[in-house]
Ligand binder design. Structure first.
Ligand SMILES: [Zn+2]
Length: 78
């Protein structure tokens, strides 16, 4: 089961017409956390001969590792 599948199952299980604001907020936080763990391709990824550099697709910070140091977004360098 992928994290996305897990979040879908949980969302379907708890999402109802009469969710409290707190439950709604908790679900949004978990969805965001799962989203950060799902690798996304860096924007304008380039290899300068030594390291790969690009920009975080989420916060647009300059990145060169598997995670954005600024927002924690997982990165997929392909
Ligand atoms: Zn970022």
């Amino acid at each position: 089961m992928t994290p996305q599948e897990a979040i879908e199952i949980i969302t379907n299980a708890v999402q109802t017409e009469n969710m409290t604001a707190e439950q709604d907020k908790a679900l949004a936080i978990v969805q965001k956390a799962t989203d950060k763990q799902t690798p996304k391709k860096p924007v304008d990824a380039d290899y300068d001969g030594k390291i790969q550099v690009g920009f975080c697709p989420d916060c647009e910070e300059c990145v060169s590792s598997d995670f954005c140091y600024n927002c924690g977004q997982a990165l997929d360098w392909g």
